[in-house]
Design a protein. Structure first.
Ligand code: ADP
Ligand code: 5GP
Length: 188
C-alpha cells in the first residue's frame, strides 16, 4: 500500500531543499501533495506545481464544500489547505505522497492517515541560523521574515510529537538521513 510522508519545519529550515532532493529518487515513488494557498506566488513558483494559488473567496468555497482534509491560516490572511481529491488521486495511482505542511496540519494529517503515515520534523540548528537562511534565500520582505521567525519558536516546540526528527545543520548529512528514514518506512 502506498504511504504518506508528512514533513514539517519552521520556514527557512531547509525543508523544501531536502524534499526537492528526494523527489527525483525513482525508487521511492514519491509524489508531492500540491496544497491550495491564498498567498501570492514567490520567485519562480508556478500555479499547480508548488501550490494551487487562489483567492480567499475561492478558498472559502472549498472549505464550505468540505473539500479539505485539513486547512490552516498559517499567517494572517494566508490560508493553506490539503485538498482531498488531489491526495486520493495520487494514492490511488500507487504513489507515496509527501506533504509539506505547518505543524498543526502535520498533526491532523498524521491522525487522518494513522499507521500509513510517517511524520518527519526538520529542525534548524538555531533561530539565528534560521534568520540567516531566510535572509540568504532573498525571497521574502523583512516583515515577512520577521513574521516567520516569530512563529518558529512555537513550531519548534512541536518536534517531540513527530515520529522522527532530522537536524538540518550540514545539508548533505540531513538529506542522507531523511532519505534513509523514508526508504525504511516505505519498505515496511
Ligand atoms: P524551507 O522550505 O524550510 O522554508 P528552504 O529549503 O527554502 O527552507 O531553505 C531556506 C534557505 O536555506 C535556502 O536558501 C537554502 O538554500 C538554505 N539552506 C537549506 N539547508 C541549509 C543548510 N543545511 N545550510 C545552509 N543553508 C541551507
Ligand atoms: P510557504 O508560504 O513558506 O510556502 O509556507 C508557509 C507554511 O505553510 C509552511 O510551514 C508550509 O509547510 C505550510 N503549508 C503549506 N501547505 C499547507 C497545507 O496544505 N496545510 C497546512 N496546514 N499548512 C501548509
Amino acid at each position: 500500500m502506498s504511504k504518506v510522508i508528512i514533513v514539517c519545519a519552521p520556514s527557512g529550515s531547509g525543508k523544501s531543499t531536502i524534499i526537492n532532493s528526494l523527489m527525483p529518487r525513482e525508487e521511492l515513488h514519491l509524489a508531492f501533495s500540491v496544497s491550495a494557498t491564498t498567498r501570492a506566488p514567490r520567485g519562480q513558483e508556478q500555479n499547480g506545481v508548488e501550490y494551487l494559488f487562489m483567492s480567499i473567496p475561492e478558498f472559502r468555497r472549498h472549505v464550505e464544500a468540505d473539500d479539505f482534509i485539513e486547512y490552516e491560516e498559517v499567517y494572517a490572511n494566508c490560508l493553506y489547505g490539503t485538498l482531498k481529491a488531489q491526495v486520493e488521486k495520487q494514492l490511488a495511482a500507487g504513489q507515496n505522497v509527501v506533504f509539506d505542511v505547518d505543524v498543526h496540519g502535520g498533526m491532523r494529517l498524521k491522525e487522518y492517515f494513522g499507521e500509513r503515515a510517517l511524520s518527519l520534523f526538520i529542525q534548524p540548528p538555531s533561530i539565528e541560523e534560521l534568520r540567516r537562511r531566510l535572509e540568504g534565500r532573498g525571497t521574502d520582505a523583512p516583515e515577512v521574515i520577521q513574521q516567520r521567525l516569530d512563529r518558529a519558536a512555537y513550531e519548534l516546540s512541536f518536534a517531540p510529537r513527530f515520529d522522527r526528527v532530522v537536524v538540518n545543520d550540514d545539508l548533505d548529512t540531513a538529506k542522507a538521513e531523511a532519505y534513509k528514514i523514508i526508504q525504511a518506512f516505505i519498505k515496511e
